[in-house]
Design a protein around this ligand. Sequence first.
Ligand SMILES: Nc1ncnc2c1ncn2[C@@H]1O[C@H](COP(=O)(O)OP(=O)(O)O)[C@@H](O)[C@H]1O
Ligand SMILES: [Mg+2]
Length: 256
Amino acid sequence: MAGNAENAVSVKSVYKNYGKVEALRDLSLDFPRGQLTSLLGPSGCGKTTLLKIIAGLLPATSGEVLVNGESVKGPGPDRAFVFQDFALMPWATVIRNVAFGLELRGVAKSEREAIAEKYISEVGLKGFEKSFPHELSGGMRQRVGLARALSVDAQVLLMDEPFSAVDEQTRRKFQEDLLNLVQNETKTFIFVTHSIEEAVYVSDQVAILLPRPSRVMEVIRPEGFRQNADVNSIRRDPEYLDIVDRIWAALRTYVE
Ligand SMILES: Nc1ncnc2c1ncn2[C@@H]1O[C@H](COP(=O)(O)OP(=O)(O)O)[C@@H](O)[C@H]1O
Ligand SMILES: [Mg+2]
């Protein structure tokens, strides 16, 4: 296998221009396997662009992305995008929606429903298998989207500001659940957020991006409090508070 086996994804010197708009310039970043990496940066700096390039939905102008050492040429079953507005089928039940990715792959009904049930339970939706999307809150619909992405067993999960449209309490609950998911699953999460606190709370690694044309300014790896499994004490941990301050100090110069 080419590349570093410890990294599920490696972005190598990626440039992306949209016509005259230079979105990414020489951006390189490694995503360690089984960990959650946040992309944090000012609005419009190119976070969604980078995610789409990793997903294979958008070609880079130059440079390359390696997934398990293989160069990305397009979308693949090894990566699943958890969309910002989860594209659920309104006419289908939760379980059908969650199992949909497996249905597309031709997995038999009993098998795909067993897998879907496992993830419905894991994202906290047990009991809602037969509900329809319109019967659920926005937060619950997001969980359906997450369960769908988990069900297809992609190794790499791409999440683009998944919590931006939900209320603060729902968001906090999600963040806790996400931490548990990262611990319980062997998947690699690539998580876009514009919240410093959120990034530090959920991440094994936080990549701070510069404004457009974007590249990585700094990668911060919280160490101590990540070992502490108690989700309730993280926000009081001195290291957590220190990292939040450091990131703000780095970013504030770019905020007008
Ligand atoms: N399809 C597109 N055509 C032209 N410009 C685009 C397109 N998509 C994004 N951009 C521009 O590229 C920059 C990065 O966008 P984006 O990746 O969406 O940033 P972010 O997700 O960090 O807010 C922005 O200046 C945006 O206006
Ligand atoms: Mg975006």
